[in-house]
Design a protein around this ligand. Structure first.
Ligand code: APR
Length: 243
């Protein structure tokens, strides 16, 4: 592990007034949740256009339901890891102002982070695609139709080509624009417009990732490593000396 870089980031966090974190699927792989574009990622096994679009939902519901019910049942067997806990501790001690996440697993909130902007929605919330009525997770897992209109039940996540939740994005953009330190963790930064967010910050930009991304040279500091391990080291360094 590159300790000098960990020490430098800890210094920056201690000096920062407003640190914002942007996480991707690499933040949850150590919890057992696959990411999308690593060699073990979902999109290496399945073409996202066959399962993660409105067209798939409306015309290939068996494929759509099979993919998302599998992800939801896998999610229920997993839990946040110590890296999520470290971010929540840093927020509690005033060193993280907000977490902006592309993830839909709810792990940041589950581990105690208070300000979390879910850019791509949440796998844990179910509603009817046709009438918008909320539905139980169990009804979705049982492949039931909407009890109000017989429509398709789906998770409240953003499918490729769908509108992004403007209220969530507005709050995320505001927090990032006000930040003086922006830390990306576990994202390939290949999906727009989330990959434009880091560059809305006028402050220092850091990326913590297991492998290099095509935007690596746009960052002031790059830490190559596992999110869980790096975040625990950073938390310990930032909070050392505080009781
Ligand atoms: N620690 C650090 N980095 C990791 C770890 C880990 N334990 N595990 C994986 N990574 C890195 C991978 O090397 C990869 O660069 O995290 C990155 C994950 O990239 P993607 O799989 O592309 O995930 P993400 O960037 O979140 O994708 C964005 O794409 O399909 C959509 O909606 C989906 O929100 C997702 C979006």
């Amino acid at each position: 592990m590159d300790q000098p870089k960990i020490d430098l980031l800890a210094e920056w966090m201690k000096e920062s007034r407003r640190t914002v974190i942007l996480t991707g699927a690499g933040m949850s792989t150590e919890s057992g949740i696959p990411d999308f574009r690593s060699k073990e990622g979902w999109w290496k096994k399945i073409d996202p256009m066959t399962v993660s679009t409105v067209d798939a939902l409306e015309h290939q519901y068996d494929l759509f339901h099979g993919f998302y019910s599998l992800r939801l049942s896998d999610l229920k067997k997993c839990e946040p890891h110590k890296g999520h806990d470290a971010l929540a501790d840093l927020e509690k001690e005033g060193h993280v102002s907000a977490v902006v996440t592309q993830n839909v697993d709810g792990f940041h909130q589950q581990s105690g982070s208070g300000t979390v902007h879910e850019l791509h929605g949440s796998l844990r919330k179910i509603f009817c695609h046709e009438c918008g009525a909320r539905a139980d997770e169990a009804a979705f897992m049982e492949r039931e139709s909407c009890s109000d209109c017989e429509g398709h039940l789906r998770p409240k996540i953003i499918l490729f080509g769908e509108m992004l939740p403007q209220d969530v994005w507005g709050r995320a953009i505001q927090d990032i624009e006000e930040s003086d330190l922006l830390i990306v963790i576990g994202s390939s930064l290949q999906v727009a417009p989330a990959n434009e967010l880091p560059f809305l910050s006028d402050g220092k930009k850091v990326i913590i990732n297991q492998e290099e991304t095509y935007l690596h040279n746009q960052f002031d500091l790059q830490i190559e490593g596992k999110a869980g391990e790096v975040l625990q080291l950073i938390r310990d360094k930032v909070l050392e000396g505080t009781v």
